[in-house]
Design a protein around this ligand. Structure first.
Ligand code: 1PR
Length: 523
């Protein structure tokens, strides 16, 4: 029996699912006594350091945790569960951590995108049961803006390179903790978890390596989901956002089955977009939550879900907050949520008032679940102009002139799945969203969606240059070479595709084989 410390924020469902998939049962901590009585304790901290310590203090878990750790009893911390072991964090100055290990938690100070999101390697510094039968060249999933700085080098189990070398896991006696997420790291991560659950001595250890580790470019499979005219929830796919063919919603498969297939085929991440979320409120449209729950039982890579994250009042007058929708998604197994239409409205309101209210969906979700959990899904379309002076928006000079030979364009934001164009441009949108606390940009492009003509590299470069958070390039992938182009002609951290995977035109494996010797990827 494994005891799991769930302090109520973020996606602990994935950790439970991963442990259960290994044949163990999980008991969730309800009282401080559960901590003291645990045989093996897993602490999957998610979200923000301040809110985590606030809740641990409020629930009076801090002293039992310290006692448990002092007694050298088996402990596995994950992500914030590692950071919590230290004295304090720059993320929430003035709040004490558990102080079991001397040192602190510091924000990345690098020229690369922060958060550090994606699959990176480990430099193993000492033997550990965690590494039994691990080869050593596997990549593991990270998602964090802060890392630990320890006073005791002897506690360092692994380091990882991102701008500089940072501590990616520690071990002191039976207390172990990783910055990466084993529960989201596919087969390699499950191996680490299994070792924690079952191993008592270190054996079959990987050879030590001192080469720098490298963050992989991610290949993301996207499933646009909606009910078809018969009422079945299906994966569909648009052509420039039009998902109907001969009047019917295209049906490309069942969401859970397809997600499982992409996991098996090596997708680094899976995104579900509930594309009618703007009119069918997700908390009334429960099938999406069921899809997430089922998927997260079998798919051990990060899951993002978007669609319908906004405040909403139902016909009985009950008002739901966007935060509640996000919370329901996280509880069902999502690691990140993506906000589309509402982000545009939030930015418009911000630009009008010049005030950060702290109440927008972006700010609220980032505060509780951490910036890395908030993705902004942008649905822009090109608007061509003859001259940069024609509009009051950032304009690019394009190699692909407009229908009347215009050689400039700006990118207009849309809402409601491209149905409504707004006066806001995509560059301003992403900048303000970053300012409000978004952690990643999912950059679609209506002009390229479903066309197979390749990503809009001009758009991606313009957005990437405007923000410091990671950008997912989306829309237009038609062949493996398009992924190579996006990873070499732009600084995008990941690329997403839908149609070519659904129709089996270019399987994920072919994309990865093509990239393998050219771009850092996860095998
Ligand atoms: O506005 O917060 O409720 O979120 C709705 C979400 O649904 C948004 O993220 C929006 O992008 C998405 N969405 C709405 N309508 C459509 C549609 O297609 N009619 N899909 C839609 C957006 C774009 C990508 C697609 C890529 C790759 N689809 O998801 O997967 O373009 O496709 P490709 O590789 O086949 O070219 P809210």
């Amino acid at each position: 029996m494994i005891t799991l410390l769930d302090y109520g924020a973020g996606n602990v469902r994935s950790v439970i699912n991963a442990i259960e998939s290994l044949g163990e049962t999980v008991h969730t901590v309800r009282t401080a006594d559960d901590i003291l009585g645990a045989e093996k304790l897993v602490f999957p901290g998610v979200g923000a350091f301040g809110s985590m310590m606030g809740i641990l203090n409020e629930k009076k878990y801090v002293e039992p945790l310290r006692a448990y750790l002092r007694d050298n009893r088996p402990f596995l911390g994950i992500c914030l569960g590692l950071q919590a072991l230290f004295d304090y964090s720059e993320e929430a100055l003035g709040l004490n951590g558990l102080g079991f290990l001397k040192g602190h938690v510091k924000r990345f100070e690098i020229d690369l995108a922060v958060p550090h999101i994606g699959w990176n390697g480990l430099n193993i510094k000492k033997p550990s049961i965690l590494f039994n039968d691990v080869k050593g060249d596997e990549k593991f999933y990270f998602v964090h803006s802060y890392h630990v700085v320890t006073d005791n080098e002897s506690d360092v189990l692994t380091t990882t390179d991102y701008g500089y070398s940072f501590v990616s896991s520690i071990q002191r006696g039976n207390v172990m903790a990783t910055q990466f997420h084993p529960e989201k790291s596919g087969a390699a991560g499950l191996r680490i978890l299994k070792n924690f659950l079952a191993s008592t001595i270190a054996k079959n250890q990987p050879a030590p390596s001192s080469a720098n580790t490298r963050l992989a470019k991610r290949i993301i499979a996207c499933l646009d989901v909606r009910a078809n005219d018969q009422g079945d929830l299906v994966v569909t796919k648009g052509d420039r956002y039009d998902v109907r063919e001969d009047g019917q919603v295209r049906n490309l498969g069942k969401p859970v089955e397809l997600a499982q297939r992409y996991y098996d085929e090596g997708a680094d991440e899976i995104t579900f977009l509930n594309i009618t979320g703007f009119r069918d409120f997700p908390l009334e449209d429960m099938p999406m939550l069921a899809v997430l729950k089922q998927t997260s039982k079998k798919v051990f890579v990060p899951l993002t879900i978007g669609g319908g994250i906004r405040d909403y009042t139902d016909k009985n007058g009950r008002t739901y907050r966007a935060l509640e929708v996000a919370a329901a998604y996280f509880r069902s197994g999502a690691d990140k949520v993506s906000i589309g239409s509402d982000a545009v409205l939030i930015v418009e309101a911000y630009l009008k008032s010049g005030l950060k209210t702290g109440q927008s969906a972006i700010e609220q979700i980032a505060r509780i679940y951490g910036n890395q959990a908030v993705v902004i899904s942008v649905d822009p379309r090109r608007v061509y102009v003859d001259s940069p002076d024609d509009v009051n928006h950032p304009v690019i000079e394009t190699q692909f002139p407009g229908p009347n030979g215009e050689s400039y364009c700006w990118y207009q934001c849309t809402i409601k799945g491209g149905r409504e164009g707004r006066g806001l441009d995509a560059i301003t949108l992403v900048q303000v969203c970053q300012e409000l606390g978004a952690g990643e940009i999912l950059l679609n492009c209506i002009d390229r969606d479903g066309t197979g003509q390749g990503f809009d590299l001009e758009l991606i470069n313009a957005v990437k240059n405007a923000v410091t958070i990671p950008v997912i390039a989306s829309s237009g992938a038609g062949k493996a070479e398009h992924f190579y182009a996006v990873f070499t002609a732009t600084e995008a951290e990941s690329a997403l595709a839908a149609g070519i995977f659904h129709r089996r035109e270019v399987p994920i494996h072919d994309v990865k084989s093509f990239l393998e010797s050219r771009v850092e990827i996860r095998n």
